[in-house]
Design a protein around this ligand. Structure first.
Ligand code: ITT
Length: 204
C-alpha cells in the first residue's frame, strides 16, 4: 500500500454513514460506544464482504489496508483499527501479530499461551497500541493513534472485553480491562485514546 498522504485532523469530510471495517465484535462495541455522540450511522461489514489479508509490516499499514480496501469496495467511508499488545519481556512481541500469537484458536488459548511464555518472569510490563484509520472512497485518509501501558497478571480476571483484556491492568487502576465496562475502558485504552482524537477532529 502506498497511501502515505494523511489529511490534517480537522479534515472536513461530511459523514453520514461509516462502515466499521472489522471482523472483531469487541472492536465494533468499542467504536459504537465511543462515536455515539457524532450521530454517524455505523454499519457492520456486510456478510459477503471479506476483510483483506493483513500483509503490512506496521499497525499503520495494516489499518490502512483494511480501511482503504473496504472503503473502495463499498463506496463508503470506512473505519478500521489495527492494534496489538507489546510485551517488554518478549522484546515487544506479539505486536502486530497479536491476533495470531501462537497460532491459537481463540482468545482463551492465546491468553494461556502468553501466560506460559511469561512463567517465572518478573517483568510484567506491556503496552497496547492502536492505529485507527478513517478512509474515504476517494482515497483520502485520516490516521489516529493511542497507547496505554500497564502490567500483565499471572492469571485472567474479569468477563468483559476481548483478547488480552483479562490479563492487562492499565497503569493507574487495579482492575483488568475485562473487569471494566466498555464505557470505563474507553478513557484509558489505546483505542479509546485514538478515537478521542477522531472525535475532536469531527466536532464530537
Ligand atoms: P480485525 O483485523 O478484523 O479488526 P483483529 O482482532 O484480527 O480484527 P487486529 O489484527 O488488529 O484485529 O489484531 C489485534 C489483536 O490484538 C486482537 O485480536 C487482540 O488479540 C489484541 N488486542 C487489540 N486491542 C485489544 C484490546 O483492546 N483488548 C484486548 N486485546 C486487544
Amino acid at each position: 500500500m502506498t497511501q502515505e498522504t494523511y489529511l490534517p485532523h480537522d479534515a472536513e469530510h461530511r459523514i453520514d454513514r461509516v462502515v466499521v471495517a472489522t471482523s472483531n465484535p469487541g472492536k465494533v462495541r468499542e467504536f459504537a460506544e465511543a462515536l455515539a455522540s457524532l450521530g454517524w450511522q455505523l454499519e457492520p461489514l456486510p456478510k459477503d464482504v471479506e476483510m483483506p489479508e493483513e500483509t503490512g509490516s506496521s499497525y499503520q499499514e495494516n489499518a490502512s489496508l483494511k480501511a482503504c480496501t473496504i472503503a473502495a469496495r463499498l463506496g463508503l467511508p470506512a473505519l478500521a483499527d489495527d492494534s496489538g499488545l507489546e510485551v517488554d519481556a518478549l522484546d515487544g512481541q506479539p505486536g502486530i501479530y497479536s491476533a495470531r500469537f501462537g497460532n491459537c484458536a481463540n482468545d482463551t488459548e492465546r491468553n494461556t499461551y502468553l501466560l506460559d511464555k511469561l512463567r517465572d518472569q518478573s517483568d510484567r510490563r506491556a503496552h497496547f497500541h492502536s492505529v485507527v484509520i478513517l478512509a474515504y472512497p476517494d482515497g483520502d485518509l485520516e490516521c489516529y493513534e493511542g497507547t496505554v501501558s500497564g502490567t500483565l497478571l499471572e492469571g485472567p480476571r474479569g468477563q468483559d472485553g476481548f483478547g488480552y483484556d483479562p490479563l492487562f491492568v492499565p497503569d493507574g487502576d487495579t482492575r483488568t480491562f475485562a473487569e471494566m465496562s466498555v464505557e470505563e475502558k474507553r478513557p484509558v485504552s489505546h483505542r479509546g485514546l485514538a478515537l478521542k482524537q477522531l472525535l475532536e477532529a469531527h466536532g464530537g
